[in-house]
Design a protein around this ligand. Structure first.
Ligand code: SAM
Length: 227
């Protein structure tokens, strides 16, 4: 059972009733996603074209922000995303992201396109944004592609500890291009230790409103590519 709730910046998030967990920060869903994944993820890698891998497609907010950012900066993005429990389209239709994030009707509609496109195949959403949605369980997923940025947006480790293991981080590390980064809102000690054990260098940076810190994990030894 899911419920849509309003967060501090007026944007929606989803409350997952059985996990007792929100999809985003209740201080502001759009504010958090922009801060953690766009400003401190996508904008920290200068490659063009750039490839992103997102853990947890969920509401599609991160994918939509990446799409809008790619359009604004005329940058070519390939966006892989994995999701085990896709949302019902009637929930997606109630989310206020298109109206808050885009003035142009065609860009608003693209939010729904991201959800409606099929799984397990590359889709050219526009000439600069390619989407590849994978309906699978991250726990047993071995990426078959390489990427530059990971948007690590799993539910928190106290709700889903199995999503934050060394084994998973190692698989991602192996497919991350040199100079690549993994960004996440979570700064829990065990997560930091597991990332380090998988090979990442860790940097704590200021978090979005309501959170003092967030994590940027860097693929060593090529951290010199970081901006
Ligand atoms: C914190 S939510 C964030 C979702 C999304 N990034 C957003 O902005 O709405 C975590 C997402 O991970 C998904 N998820 C949970 N367990 C998973 C698993 N084992 N494999 C893949 N996705 C999973 C959930 O269904 C949910 O959509």
């Amino acid at each position: 059972m899911n419920e849509i709730v309003i967060t501090g910046d007026g944007s929606h998030t989803i409350f997952h009733c059985s996990l007792n967990e929100h999809y985003h920060s209740t201080f502001g869903a759009i504010t958090e996603s922009k801060h953690v994944f766009i400003r401190n993820g996508l904008h920290c890698v200068s490659k063009d074209p750039v490839t992103i891998f997102e853990v947890g497609f969920g509401s599609g907010l991160n994918a939509y922000l990446a799409f809008l950012d790619a359009r604004q900066h005329k940058r070519s993005v390939t966006y892989y995303t994995i999701e085990k429990y896709p949302l019902d389209f009637n929930v997606v239709q109630q989310l206020n992201y298109p109206s808050l994030l885009s003035a142009e009707e065609s860009n608003k509609l693209l939010f729904y396109t991201l959800h409606e496109t099929g799984w397990e195949k590359p889709i050219a959403v526009t000439s600069f944004f390619r989407l590849y949605k994978i309906k699978a369980d991250l726990i047993s997923f071995d990426p078959f592609f390489y990427f530059d940025v990971v948007f690590y947006d799993a539910f928190a480790p106290d709700k889903q500890p199995e999503m934050w293991t060394v084994e998973i981080f190692r698989r991602l590390y192996n497919r991350l291009n040199p100079g690549g980064i993994l960004t996440t809102y979570c700064v829990k000690g065990e997560v930091k230790r597991n990332l380090k054990e998988a090979g990442f260098g860790i940097k704590k940076i200021p978090g979005p409103p309501g959170k003092r810190e967030m994590l940027k994990a860097i693929k060593l030894p090529s951290a010199s590519n970081m901006r």
